[in-house]
Design a binder for this molecule. Structure first.
Ligand SMILES: Nc1ncnc2c1ncn2[C@@H]1O[C@H](COP(=O)(O)OP(=O)(O)OP(=O)(O)O)[C@@H](O)[C@H]1O
Ligand code: SF4
Ligand SMILES: [Mg+2]
Length: 334
């Protein structure tokens, strides 16, 4: 993504200049609170935004710009070049078609497979995601939520895409099934060298699953780097607040004093001037209300957009009083 911008009809600037790269086979997590623009970003990648939405910048898939390619080419790229597991995938299946037929459809269209060939591939895909091939004959209502999610993943894999975008693929599932599905996605993308963009508000899930982690706030990436480092030692105050919102196993201090963040992300029709995070930031300076911050180097392989991050130094913002004791515990965590 190069300077990607998305403005919905009505003026909501949901994505405001996002630059992100993903290498073949790499797993990138995108985290952020509700309304930060994560799903909008995912939809923009495959040009699935509603009519009348304005986009700017570029989305380069193997060098081809998805935002300007002809519609015929877009249709060819969807499923075969990149596929998406939608947020709320459990409700994304067509209720009146058998799941096998729904998985077979992109195979028939994109692979020009024979009906028998598509049926065979559908059975293989179902088995790959841990369902018996015979479940192809089931309607969505005959499957559990976890099974439906597996069907969605089978669909996403059907045409061997180079990239899978998974938007909150496990949010509606219980923790056991969530763990199984995450492991499944992780294994499948690793085995097949498929690139993965995984979107979640759950930083811990992303830190476990992804190589790199990008934190999004008010339509921008405010921090990016190796997933574990961003989770354990965020450079941006927002990344830090998100990470501190999760109690840590083995760290009683974080369990007994979970930290939140006051307020909500801004309305995308009225994004604050300067650093958009300044009204909620515990370490804001006067200049933050007027001076915009762009991403800059914040240590090896890391970037952050905060006045406290000095170009190339790898330093971060000062700890707030509230977070200081926790910061001590966290820094001793391996
Ligand atoms: N079709 C639309 N028309 C106008 N505004 C929209 C539309 N879809 C989303 N928005 C707005 O764009 C902003 C970003 O929405 P988006 O769905 O991308 O957030 P998100 O980060 O995915 O949130 P969540 O974690 O709740 O899924 C929100 O303020 C939302 O109200
Ligand atoms: S630039 Fe200022 S307001 Fe924004 S995160 Fe950094 S300290 Fe906080
Ligand atoms: Mg979303």
């Amino acid at each position: 993504m190069r300077d990607l911008e998305v403005t919905y009809p009505g003026g909501a600037a949901a994505v405001r200049g996002v630059d992100l790269s993903l290498a073949a086979g790499e797993k990138l997590g995108i985290a952020g609170e509700s309304g930060c623009g994560k799903s909008t970003l995912a939809l923009a990648l495959l040009r699935l935004l509603p009519a009348g939405t304005r986009t700017g910048g570029r989305v380069l898939l193997d060098g081809e710009d998805v935002l300007t390619m002809k519609w015929g080419r877009v249709r060819a790229v969807r499923w075969a070049g990149a596929s998406i597991v939608f947020q709320g995938a459990m409700h994304s299946l067509n209720a009146v078609h058998r799941v096998g037929d729904q998985i077979a459809e992109p195979i028939l269209l994109h692979r020009k497979a024979t009906p028998a060939g598509a049926r065979k591939r559908t059975g293989e895909l179902l088995e790959q995601v841990g369902l018996p091939a015979a479940r192809a004959g089931a309607y969505p209502h005959e499957l559990s939520g976890g099974q439906r999610q597996r069907v969605m993943i089978a669909m996403a894999l059907a045409c061997d895409p180079r990239l899978i975008v998974a938007d909150e693929p496990t949010t509606a599932l219980d923790v056991m099934i969530q763990a199984q599905i995450l492991r499944l996605i992780e294994d499948l993308v690793s085995e097949q060298e498929v690139g993965l963009i995984m979107i979640s508000h759950d930083l811990a899930v992303l830190a476990d699953t992804c190589d790199r982690l990008a934190v999004m706030y008010a339509g921008r990436i405010v921090e990016e780097g190796p997933a574990r480092q961003v989770y354990d030692d965020a450079r941006h105050p927002y990344g830090r607040a998100l990470s501190e919102a999760f109690p840590r196993i083995g760290d009683p201090a974080s369990r007994f004093a979970p930290r939140g963040l006051p307020g909500d992300p801004p309305d995308p029709t009225a994004v604050p001037s300067g650093c958009a995070f300044h009204p909620r930031c515990p370490v804001a300076l006067d200049e933050c209300a007027t001076e915009d911050q762009s991403l800059r180097a914040a240590g090896p392989g890391r970037r952050a957009a905060c006045v406290h991050v000095k170009e190339g130094e790898g330093s971060g913002p000062p700890a707030t009083n509230a977070s200081a004791p926790d910061a001590e515990v966290r820094s001793s965590t391996p």
